[in-house]
Write a protein that binds this ligand. Structure first.
Ligand code: FAD
Length: 397
């Protein structure tokens, strides 16, 4: 059996690692369009922008690791087509690589800012992007960040911490409003304002000039540097052209298999039949890239896989660190244990009295307990849930 993994990101790296960890000794090829070997992206908007992380820290494995594990690492190589009948992938330049089982882990691309002058806005996806932004910003910089989602807020926090004058422009009335709902989104709005970042919310950018960002109401914000973080698009072109079923990502079963049983998908592009949630999820987060990459590798080896890991993500902004476990609709009830004002609390989202998601803010080592509450599907005693004196692990009694 020969395994080919397309995409040189985290999901791809974790998949080839899992193939070897599971004892597979045959040929493995990893093909990535970037010239850097696989790395983790979260530090690109945090420690690497702040200058607190070592430049080499984001890499998943050393270069030697790929040699030692006999992984044929093809960097700077773009796959242009998957030929399912010939069972080969074609590379730009004409090379063909045969596969018996194929994993697509092509990730996402940031959306460019779709306004006149939008190409002036820097985007953040790669190490090179992160270096470019880092070098462009000094304490004297007037930085405008377009987009009040995770990436935009993290860039704002890092650069404000480095002394830049920062304005964040967001389309909704609160940052992250569509992810967290009003109450918890306010925590992030307060956090950024408390650190001196200006928030321009409920508006949008109509133009970027050499010196300004123009808003819908005509306001002109002076800008030396503009960064846009307005979301990403999953890279599903290869899958679509290969005739796989694609609908908001590559549709995969709970064993990460696509509509072709020899082609699997993992990471940002995988729209997974989730074995616990009972519906499809496509999650653009670090933890999902790790675990779907590993799960896909096991499934490719013929192991039984039913992906049921709860969605999980984290962020670090200024002195706020948080983890979010599960997934909640926006109309879910929110209950809090701890002190929101002090930014040290756990928020729970409930549907029909059951916990469906939890976010721990500056409280650590509780994400697994939150996961247990979600997995129990038990109707929760609200008093015990919100009482910090009751151990989270014994809320269920
Ligand atoms: C700046 C930043 C900060 C983030 N912070 C967090 C965070 O704090 N918490 C969190 O949970 N998540 C975070 N994320 C999200 C997380 O990094 C992604 O979900 C994760 O990287 C997805 O991994 P992936 O392997 O699916 O795709 P990617 O990491 O996007 O890797 C895909 C790779 O495939 C390559 N590729 C694409 N097409 C081809 C082709 N045709 N041929 C060859 N190669 C190809 C691409 O060049 C890319 O290198 C962050 C993302 C960014 C950009």
């Amino acid at each position: 059996m020969s395994y080919v993994v397309v995409g040189g990101g985290l999901a791809a790296a974790k998949a080839v690692e899992a193939l070897r960890d599971e004892g597979y000794q045959g040929p493995v090829t990893l093909i990535g369009a970037e010239t850097d070997r696989p790395y983790e992206r979260p530090p690109l908007s945090k420690g690497l922008l702040l200058g607190t992380d070592e430049p080499d820290s984001p890499f998943v494995h050393s270069l030697a690791w790929y040699d030692e594990h006999h992984v044929d690492l093809r960097l700077g190589a773009t796959v242009t087509a998957v030929d399912r009948s010939a069972r080969v992938v074609r590379l730009a330049g004409g090379d063909e690589i045969a596969y018996e089982r194929l994993l697509l882990a092509t990730g996402s691309s940031p959306r460019p800012l779709p306004v006149p002058g939008g190409e002036r806005a820097l985007l953040l996806r790669t190490l090179a992007d992160s270096h470019r932004i880092s070098e462009a910003v000094t304490p004297a910089t007037r930085l405008v960040v377009v987009g009040a989602g995770w990436i935009g807020l993290e860039v704002a926090a890092a650069m404000r911490s480095r002394g830049a004058q920062v304005t964040v422009v967001g389309a909704t009335a609160l940052p992250l409003q569509k992810v967290l709902g009003d109450e918890m989104a306010s925590v992030f709005a307060d956090l950024h304002r408390a650190h001196g970042t200006e928030l321009r919310l409920g508006t949008h950018v109509t133009e970027v000039t050499a010196t300004e960002v123009v808003l819908a109401d005509g306001t002109r914000l002076p800008a030396d540097v503009v960064v846009a973080g307005i979301g990403v698009t999953p890279n599903v072109g290869l899958a679509t052209e290969a005739g796989l079923t694609v609908d908001n990502g590559v549709l995969v079963s709970s064993s990460l298999a696509s509509s072709d049983p020899d082609i699997f998908a993992a990471g940002d592009i995988a729209n997974i039949e989730h074995a616990f949630l009972g519906h499809r999820v496509r999650v653009e987060h670090w933890d999902v890239a790790i675990h779907t990459g590993q799960a896909a590798a096991r499934a490719m080896l013929g192991r039984e896989v039913a992906y049921d890991r709860l969605p999980y993500f984290f962020t670090d902004q200024y002195d706020l660190g948080m983890e979010y476990t599960g997934s909640a609709p926006l109309d879910a009830e929110v209950l809090v244990r701890g002190d929101v004002g002090a930014r040290e609390f756990i928020a729970f989202w409930l549907v029909d009295g059951r916990v469906v998601a939890g976010m721990n803010v500056n409280i650590w080592d509780v994400a697994d307990r939150i996961g247990d509450l979600i997995r129990s599907r038990a109707v929760i005693d609200r008093k015990r849930l919100t009482d910090p004196a009751v151990e989270l692990g014994s809320v269920l009694g």
